[in-house]
Design a protein around this ligand. Structure first.
Ligand code: ADE
Length: 429
């Protein structure tokens, strides 16, 4: 009884410290977390391990990720390892308010609500930094860059952290190149078990899930323009083809352009592709990929979605400038009517369509990604790394692969001693 009261008191304190939409939604949030947990055996294994070994005992950890159910389970795994966890959104539209309420119910302080304005989004990041993190998990770099810009006096408190995404790692590398990054960050995105599966199969599935559930339109027989042929773009193009679309790829990198061609896609610049597309998906990590001149020649009815980290790939200012009217015609679908009567459709305000208009990558995929994150956090917690961007050690990548194979019940061959010796030798014919 006394313990129950203490738990209630702790919950009330966490709730009063948090900034969330509606605590009353927590039961649905807990159901969502439970559903994904059932499909995340790697994280379940790490949760049990961490509960015993307490690798984060007493440490303050701030997690700045897309706050949906899989992320929530990662936060609980880190909490099981002994950390005091605070979560904050890495995108104003990807937060699921019920999931965040569920986390608060389970003792995790949260600063996030769906549809935060830019000011609210930044205020949430600042509030999370008030927790004085000693370790960080970031997605896109907003937490780490804000910390360096606005709280230089707090930087020395941070042992290190991990970064989830391509965009975040680009920003970290830019900081490191200017000697501005003051603690070690693990480039989780660059692990094989991340980008080969999360970026390709995760994005491939979740982007089309987001587009299809939002528009309820057919993809078969249409022309899909994929802008960017990195690992995410490859996944989006592959699944578009699987849905029966003709795929056009736009690229700036000559090697990736050849790859897209050899994969059987048409390759052309956006200036040509613009007039052909029924669907456009940007996946570049860069700004201004689809701009005014492209809108000028698009077919009426064209649907545009972005799957890159920031909402800068499709130029909203150019679209707005050309529109005589804008209206929301379905949840997450904005219709821009141009002066010649053509109608162009932008999904999820040009923010990550798979998270702002969907639930993100499938649980089984995020299980691998978040197992890497959990192990990367444990690795960085040693405090032995120098400031800068570090790769995840190959042993941890291999460990996650073996965990996944074991969870699937799949066994593999092992090198025999003689095969191993053969590979190491050079004297044979
Ligand atoms: N769920 C949580 N984080 C995600 C991410 N970065 N991409 C897709 N789904 C996610």
């Amino acid at each position: 009884m006394a313990n129950d009261r203490t738990a209630e008191e702790q919950r009330a304190e966490v709730l009063s410290n948090s900034q969330i939409r509606d605590y009353g939604l927590y039961e649905n949030g807990l159901l969502k977390i439970d559903w994904v947990k059932g499909r995340m055996p790697l994280l379940r294994q790490l949760e049990a391990e961490f509960a015993q070994s307490q690798p984060f005992a007493g440490k303050r950890v701030v997690i700045c990720l897309h706050l949906e159910a899989k992320t929530a389970y990662l936060a609980k795994v880190v909490q099981a390892g002994g950390a005091q966890v605070t979560v904050v959104a890495s995108n104003p539209l990807s937060t699921q308010d019920d999931v965040v309420a569920g986390l608060v119910h389970d003792g995790i302080t949260a600063y996030a609500w769906h549809g935060a304005t830019q000011e609210e989004y930044t205020a949430h990041i600042r509030a999370a930094l008030d927790a004085h993190p000693q370790m960080i998990i970031d997605d896109g770099g907003d937490l780490v860059t804000t910390l360096h810009h606005e709280r230089p006096q707090q930087v020395a408190e941070v042992v290190g952290g991990c970064e989830e995404t391509t965009t975040g790692i680009l920003r970290l590398r830019a900081m490191a190149a200017q000697d501005a990054l003051r603690f070690p960050m693990i480039a989780v995105n660059d692990a094989f078990m991340k980008y080969l599966f999360d970026n390709r199969y995760g994005t491939g599935q979740s982007v089309w899930d987001g587009i299809m559930r939002t528009t309820n339109l057919v993809v078969a027989g249409t022309t899909v323009v994929v802008v960017g042929y990195g690992w995410c773009g490859k996944g989006v193009a592959m699944r578009a083809r699987g849905l029966g679309a003709r795929v056009i790829v736009c690229e700036v990198d000559p090697i990736k352009a050849v790859e897209a061609h050899m994969d059987g896609h048409q390759v052309m610049p956006m200036s040509e592709a613009a007039a052909h597309g029924d669907f456009f998906v940007t996946v570049t990590g860069n700004c201004d990929c689809i701009t005014g001149a492209h809108f000028d020649v698009m077919k009426s009815g064209a649907v545009m979605a972005n799957a890159g980290h920031f909402d800068v790939e499709i130029s909203k200012p150019d679209l707005q400038e050309r529109a005589v009217s804008v209206r929301r015609v379905r949840t997450n679908v904005d219709e821009y009517t141009l002066s010649d009567g053509r109608k162009l459709y932008l999904l999820a305000e040009g923010r990550l369509v798979n998270l702002a208009a969907g639930d993100g990558h499938p649980a089984e995929v995020m299980d691998m990604t978040f197992a890497l994150q959990a192990l990367a956090l444990q690795y960085v917690s040693s405090g032995n790394l120098t400031p800068g961007v570090h790769d995840l050690p190959r042993e941890l990548d291999d460990r996650v692969a073996r965990m996944r194979l074991a969870a699937l019940g799949v066994s593999t061959d092992e090198l025999s001693e003689s095969q191993d010796a053969y590979l190491r030798g050079w004297g044979h014919a």
